[in-house]
Design a protein around this ligand. Sequence first.
Ligand code: ADP
Length: 258
Amino acid sequence: MNNTPYYRAISKEIDVFEHSYKNKIPFLLKGPTGTGKSRFIEFMAHKLNKKLITISCHEETSSTDLIGRYIIKGAETIWLDGPLTTAIKEGAIIYLDEIAEARPDVIVAIHSLTDHRRELFIDKLGITLKAHKDFMLVASFNPGYQKGFKELKPSTRQRFIATSFNYPEPKIEAEILVNETEIKIEIAKKLVNIATKIRNLTELGLTETVSTRLLVDAAKLIYSGLPKRLSVEVAIVEPLTDDIEVVEALKDLCNLMI
Ligand code: ADP
């Protein structure tokens, strides 16, 4: 198929998702940022030939943002469906990226959609909407991020089928870099070695370590002609931390490795 998003399967996630979709069981992708969660959902939506609606949740995201609101247009007040309501009506896949970031009322609003009822109560309209048979709810969650703060309650988690995403093993990660950027395999392997090394430096206490996304960015810069060391510095080292000493130490380390 043309313009299918490139996704390198890591385990059985494609099969698992297809069966979840068949049974319309909500799906939760767990894992650190930049590990292919969004790409996987884009790929699956394309494979299943379904429209995908993505919402990047943040601390201000409320159920109103998802469900809809009245707006004033001229002399009229009209109702505007939010993305969740649209997805329910059209039978799309909705992807709530970083669901734990959203306000608690979002979790409350989706409860009746995540069980056998598959319906959404729209309080502002006083109606209950049955989901289209093709509708599916997908969410992502980063368990390590801001440890202890933004957790998902067990009562919410247990409404989903869940799969873990993580940094792929070196051979696969190098393959992803080559596919994403057409960079030479030798350089891809060096970038992956740098990532592996930094990921193991747990004593640095980085909030998040080198993701596949950062490696893809570095590979893109190198492929477009920026010097390798500079590419690694700006795409891998600088985004990781603002601690000047750590930046210098990581730069030295990377310079030795590329
Ligand atoms: P997340 O949603 O987990 O934060 P993304 O899906 O945006 O991460 O992944 C970041 C980038 O990493 C993608 O744009 C893609 O280039 C690359 N990537 C990571 N894992 C894979 C994979 N398994 N197959 C293809 N590309 C991947």
